[in-house]
Every structure is written in structure tokens, then in C-alpha cells.
Design a protein around this ligand. Structure first.
Ligand code: PMP
Ligand code: GLN
Length: 403
């Protein structure tokens, strides 16, 4: 078994004998580690994807009103409030022309993180194989392990971060139960094209596989890139559960509210797991999320414009410092190759950047299986969900690298 989630920074940690075997390979998440390091050294923290600004005020007001009304301070229905489930279905129809059943086709979860975990527990059996595209969001592999299933890795490779079609096909086999996909993709910033999505969808159909499609960055796409939901690929609605997040689309990561939508047969499995993971999610936030998902198109346009500016600031700062960034097609992350300005691996670079330059980033090794970590040896991830001034200041500090 690989050692997923085991950050190289805590390699010295020894599992305590009191741990279950299931969690004995899990180290501290890289996000927590970098947050601690950044704080210790007063670095500008471009590590964790954590906006340093608030989401829309009307959503905050809706949350406060929900609490004050006295009607939303006790348990919500387990699968979510009727108004939020309807808002999730309406949003899928408005943006993607998808026909989601607002009653049996949606489960509201405590963040996308719980949505992914409940999907894994509700759709995958012990001994099944689950295909994971690397670099992956760091909870996926521990989730697969906690479901007693086996991850099968297929890497995206720099500089384009595309997958090899023959390699992906070869990962599918008789034991494959699911693939977990993320588009727009954290950490690379890739937005898979229609052709790529169709290729993956066709493999799912051929091998009778379910897709857990993590689309939390659906509203963060740039330039000509278009977000293609897996559920919109012909034949895939019946095989896909789609994950969304209030934290990402509305900049409320602290509220930890998400949703899983799809065909009722699959959602029934997700709901069965969800009821014994959290039972129900935060009730006042669900009232506010229904307002958020119903915001007019201008909200989503302005959101993209705001991030287009931030993306440029970050790209300019990284390029001026002598790094080679991949221009992200989506998300608020940039992967950049630092080989021209630093001799060493990503962990050494991160430590140097935090302690000597005053900027924190994420070394991407924990997003790969050990056998593929070398692919990103000279890459680091930078988050640009920060105030413009913070990004400019980070750029000034990064400039010290090129001297
Ligand atoms: N998936 C991806 C790709 C993410 O980047 C994140 C960010 N944490 C999540 C899922 C989890 O989202 P949430 O905060 O809603 O749990
Ligand atoms: N999604 C965020 C990121 O990739 C972090 C979320 C977390 O800390 N689990 O930076």
C-alpha cells in the first residue's frame, strides 16, 4: 500500500500503536503543515486555497436572517432542506441544462469533502479499484482507503498536464468500480476539454464504471475554457455523481457546505452513507446557500472577472521572478516550475521560499502516489484567492528569487 497523504515534512512521525491500521499511513495534511510554517515565519500564505475576503453580502444576510428567524436552528432534514435541494437542481438546469430531481437527486453535505467521502462509502465496495488522476486533491486517496478500496493512479504530466490515453485506458479493468475526477482541476488548473471528458466518459460506459465528479471550481474558468460537467456527456448522467461547494463558488470555505447531485439510484447510496456520517448539515447555511445559488448571472460573471485579474497578477509575479507557471484554465491555483531559479526539490524550495523569501506555497508531492512524485519535483502550487495588494506584495517578494 502506498503512503498517501503522508507529507514528507512529517516523515519522522511514527504511527501510534493506538491508531487503527486504516489511518496509520495518514500524516498531517500538507495544508495544515504549511499554515503552521507560514505563520511561524510571517510569510504571505499562498498555500491553502483560503480566500482572504468574504463572499456576497446578501448571502451573509440570509444566513443571519435564518438564525434570527428561529426556524432554522435545529436539525435540517438529513438530505438537506427542500429549498436548497431545489436551488441545486435549478442551478444545474440553468447552467448545464441538466435535469436533476430536486427531491431524490440531491444530498446536501458538510462541504464537498464530506460529499466525496459519502460518495465513496455509498458507491464503492471493499476490494474495488478506484481510478485517481494525479495530482489529486489530497482527501481522495484516504477516502478510498477508508472505504477499503484500492486506488489506481494515472498521472497528468507537465508541462501541459494532460493524460496519456493509452495509460488511462489500461487503468480500467474488471475490478474498477469508480473513477474520481476533478475538473477544473486542483492543483494544475486544467479544465478538461469536451474531447477529454468524452474519452473518460466512454471508458466509464465501456467498463461499467461510476464517476465521482468533483466540480467544485465549476465557476472558476478563464478565457476560452468551458466547464464541461461529466453528467452532460452522453450516457454519463446515469453514472455520475457531481460534487459542488458553497466554499468555492461563493467564497465561504469556513461554512463547509456542499452538495452531491445525480441520478436518484446513485444518490440513494450517497444518502445512505451521509445519514451515518453527519446525518444533516448546518441548517442556517442551507438557507443562505439557496440564496447564493439563485444569484443572477452577473454574480458569476463578476466572480470570474475578479479572478481573471488575480490570475494575471499571480502569473506576472511568478514569471517576473523567473519561474515558469502553467497558465491555469480554471481554479485559483497555479503550478509553476522553479528549476531555473532554485536547485533542489519542491520541499526544499518551499522551505526556502517561506523562510528566506517570505511567501508560502504548496509542494505537490502529497498529491501524487510515490511512484509519480518525481513528475512534480520542480513544481510548486500557488493560490491566488487573495486580495490584489497581497498578490502584488507576494510578487515583490518573489522577485528576490531571480537576483
Ligand atoms: N475538492 C477540491 C478539488 C478542492 O480543492 C476542495 C477544497 N477544499 C474540496 C474538494 C473540498 O471542498 P469543501 O471545502 O467544500 O469541503
Ligand atoms: N481546497 C483547499 C486547497 O486545495 C484546501 C482545503 C483543505 O485544507 N482541506 O488548498
Amino acid at each position: 500500500m502506498p503512503r498517501p497523504y503522508h507529507s514528507p515534512l512529517t516523515e519522522q512521525d511514527q504511527p501510534m500503536p493506538s491508531y487503527s491500521n486504516r489511518v496509520s499511513t495518514f500524516g498531517t495534511t500538507i495544508f495544515t503543515e504549511i499554515n503552521v510554517l507560514a505563520q511561524k515565519h510571517g510569510a504571505i500564505n499562498l498555500g491553502q486555497g483560503r480566500p482572504d475576503f468574504d463572499g456576497p453580502n446578501e448571502v451573509i444576510e440570509a444566513s443571519i436572517a435564518a438564525m434570527r428567524s428561529g426556524k432554522h436552528n435545529q436539525y435540517a432534514p438529513g438530505s438537506g432542506t427542500a429549498s436548497l435541494k431545489k436551488a441545486v437542481a435549478d442551478h444545474a438546469a440553468r447552467f448545464y441544462d441538466l435535469d436533476v430531481n430536486p427531491e431524490s437527486g440531491v444530498v446536501i453535505t458538510s462541504g464537498a469533502t464530506e460529499g466525496i467521502f459519502s460518495s465513496m462509502l455509498g458507491l464503492v465496495d471493499a476490494g474495488d479499484e478506484v481510478i485517481v488522476i494525479e495530482p489529486y486533491f489530497d482527501s481522495y486517496v484516504p477516502n478510498i482507503i477508508m472505504a477499503n478500496a484500492t486506488p489506481v493512479f494515472v498521472p497528468l504530466r507537465p508541462p501541459d498536464w494532460t493524460f496519456d490515453r493509452a495509460e488511462l485506458r489500461a487503468a480500467f479493468g474488471p475490478k474498477t468500480r469508480a473513477i474520481i475526477l476533478n475538473t477544473p482541476q486542483n492543483p494544475t488548473g486544467r479544465v478538461f476539454t469536451y474531447d477529454e471528458m468524452k474519452f473518460i466518459g466512454d471508458l466509464c460506459i465501456e467498463f461499467d464504471v461510476v464517476c465521482i465528479s468533483d466540480e467544485v471550481y465549476e465557476h472558476l474558468v478563464f478565457g476560452d475554457a468551458r466547464h464541461i460537467p461529466m453528467a452532460s456527456i452522453p450516457g454519463m448522467f446515469e453514472r455520475t455523481v457531481t460534487i459542488g461547494s458553497l466554499g468555492k463558488s461563493f467564497s465561504f470555505t469556513g461554512w463547509k457546505l456542499g452538495w452531491v447531485s445525480g441520478h436518484p439510484d446513485l444518490i440513494a447510496g450517497v444518502g445512505r452513507a451521509h445519514q451515518f456520517v453527519t446525518f444533516a448539515s448546518h441548517h442556517p447555511s442551507q438557507e443562505a446557500a439557496a440564496v447564493a445559488l439563485s444569484l443572477p448571472g452577473t454574480y458569476f460573471e463578476e466572480f470570474q472577472e475578479m479572478y481573471t485579474t488575480k490570475r494575471k497578477l499571480m502569473l506576472d509575479g511568478l514569471s517576473a521572478a523567473g519561474l515558469k507557471p502553467f497558465s491555469p484554465e480554471g481554479t485559483y491555483f497555479i503550478m509553476a516550475d522553479f528549476a531555473d531559479v532554485f536547485d533542489g526539490d519542491a520541499l526544499e524550495f518551499t522551505q526556502h521560499l517561506v523562510t528566506e523569501i517570505g511567501v508560502a506555497c504548496i509542494p505537490p508531492a502529497p498529491f501524487f502516489a510515490p511512484e509519480h512524485q518525481h513528475l512534480a519535483r520542480t513544481q510548486a502550487r500557488f493560490s491566488f484567492c487573495k486580495a490584489d495588494d497581497t498578490l502584488k506584495q507576494a510578487g515583490e517578494r518573489l522577485a528576490k528569487l531571480s537576483r
